[in-house]
Design a protein around this ligand. Structure first.
Ligand code: NAD
Length: 475
């Protein structure tokens, strides 16, 4: 078992209470790591460290800070193998995917180092004798609360832009896979020029550590990715001190497969997305609406793909799909499969769970209806919910009928018809005949219960700044 401490003010320390908690290897159920179980006092120490580091870090020139970001990127690449093995053992990610995630995390620091130079103010036209412009300032101390589904990339996507712009940060890694976050910080903390206190990480229960990070009066912004329910608790905790909150929350993303869709191309993208990371993706397909003319072909080909996947312990490098992150989540996802079957769905393939390790076989449910629980809620697992449709207007209404609005996937060879849907779908992102998310693209939405604000790209970078208006009378 790994014994790890947390990083506060440039030192690796236990929790003040001395309490500890453990994480598991989801492929075996065995204990993987022991980490501090902290409370509000540890959060306070981390926030004070971040506050002390802020004036010095934010006063550096952008070029100086960007050089530190590039050193961080280099360190991540150098240690990508060790970091990937942590993902394999504590999250159940297949090695190839885990290694790719670590390289992607390095890219985020490199991208932010360069992109931060592009946030420049410009002159605003005002009546004569006066100069007005906007200056970008870092917001200050940021609390980042990370979800378990993609712990490395979710840490990088937040930390890289925030740090490069001069903010200082306190991170809470997800409770079930905290060691991944601790390893990440261990690697990047060695970057020459990163001052003690600029990055801190505190482990512990979400309702204790996360809640203290969301409410601490010295925190200026809360960056959160996770469920909409937890997001609401964080917004309430942040409200008394009116903190800015950037929230990437839940989704139940509709997929619209029209009669003229290229089914092979569609499944190449979406079937992979459905089962990669055991379906624990926020941007992945949530419910498939498939036109009746291509429904049978879709199901047959989807089944063949699902049954071709090699499921198992990702320490075997030939494995393509690992376990669910925890027993709790495995049970939750199995509950959705059970409820769909009770409501009349037909099991095409999969639907079984293992006792040793938290596996669920790749599952396809056909004959589903829009009002089934499994179609209405976010399953967040390797379970495809397939609904047949005939009427093009009805399907748009169904796609929009959700408490979420994160993204939608559309597949049709009629690009003009597909483009018309961009305005009709009430979501933050539309993927037409593809799915792609690069560092340059903004992600996230303020639609319904799927979040507030953006992450990634220049829009995401700007979230971690305050835009100060300056007006100077010179005549
Ligand atoms: P979660 O809400 O259970 O937990 C997220 C984080 O919040 C964890 O670190 C947890 O310990 C912490 N937390 C729990 N209770 C808290 C509280 N009261 N106060 C402060 N922090 C608290 O989410 P999860 O199960 O880790 O992740 C899955 C969810 O994340 C899904 O709903 C998924 O859609 C969402 N997600 C969204 C995006 C996006 O970009 N929109 C990306 C990834 C995941």
């Amino acid at each position: 078992m790994l014994e790890m401490n947390q990083y506060i003010g440039g030192a690796w320390v236990p929790s003040i209470s001395g309490g500890r908690m453990t994480t598991q290897n989801p492929s075996t159920g065995e204990t993987f790591a022991s980490v501090p179980s902290s409370d509000a006092r540890d959060v306070d120490a981390a926030v004070i460290s971040a506050r002390k580091a802020f004036p010095g870090w934010s006063a550096l020139s952008q070029s100086e800070r960007s050089k530190v970001m590039l050193r961080i990127a280099a360190l991540i690449r150098e240690h990508a193998d060790e970091m990937a093995m942590m993902e394999v053992c504590e999250h159940g990610t297949p090695y190839g995917d885990a290694f790719g995630v670590c390289m992607g995390a390095a890219d985020k620091f490199e991208w932010s180092a360069n992109a931060a130079h592009r946030l420049t103010g410009s002159e605003i036209p005002v009546p004569g004798g006066t100069l007005s412009f906007v200056k970008y300032h870092p917001v200050g101390v940021i609390s980042f609360i990370i979800p378990w589904n993609l712990p490395t990339i979710m840490t990088a996507v937040k930390l890289a832009p925030a740090l490069s712009l001069g903010n200082t940060c306190v991170i809470k890694p997800p409770s079930v896979n905290s060691a991944i976050g601790l390893k990440f910080i261990e690697v990047i903390s060695k970057a020459e020029g990163l001052p003690p206190g600029a990055v801190n990480i505190v482990t512990g229960a979400g309702g204790v550590v996360g809640a203290a990070m969301a409410s601490h009066p010295e925190v200026d912004l809360v960056g959160f990715t996770g469920s909409s329910e937890t997001g609401k608790a964080i917004l309430a905790a942040a409200a008394p001190t009116v903190k800015k909150c950037v929230m990437e929350l839940g989704g139940n993303n509709p997929v619209l497969v029209y009669a003229d869709a290229d089914i092979d191309a569609c499944l190449k993208v979406l079937a992979w997305r459905q089962f990669n990371n055991s379906g624990q993706h926020c941007s992945g397909p949530g419910r498939y609406y498939v036109h009746e003319r291509v429904y049978d072909e879709f199901i047959v080909k989807f089944k063949a793909y699902a049954e071709s996947l090699k499921l198992g312990n990702p320490q075997d490098k030939s494995v393509q799909m690992g376990p669910m992150v925890s027993r709790e989540h495995q049970n939750k996802v199995m509950g959705y499969i059970g409820s769909a079957l009770e409501e009349g769905a037909r099991l095409i393939t999969g639907g079984s769970a293992s006792d040793d390790g938290f596996f669920i076989t790749p599952t396809i449910l056909a004959n589903c209806t829009h009002n089934m629980k499994a179609a209405r809620e976010e399953i967040f697992g390797p379970v495809a919910v397939v609904i047949k449709f005939t009427d093009a207007d009805d399907v748009i209404a169904a796609a929009n009928d959700s408490r979420y609005g994160l993204c939608a996937h559309v597949w049709t060879r009629n690009i003009g018809a597909g483009m018309k849907l961009i305005d009709k779908l009430h979501v933050g992102a539309v993927f037409l005949n593809c799915q792609m998310l690069t560092n340059e693209q903004p992600w996230g939405t303020s639609i319904r219960e799927s979040g507030i604000g953006k992450e990634g790209g220049i829009f995401g970078l700007a979230e971690f700044t305050d835009q100060k208006l300056v007006c100077v009378k010179y005549e």
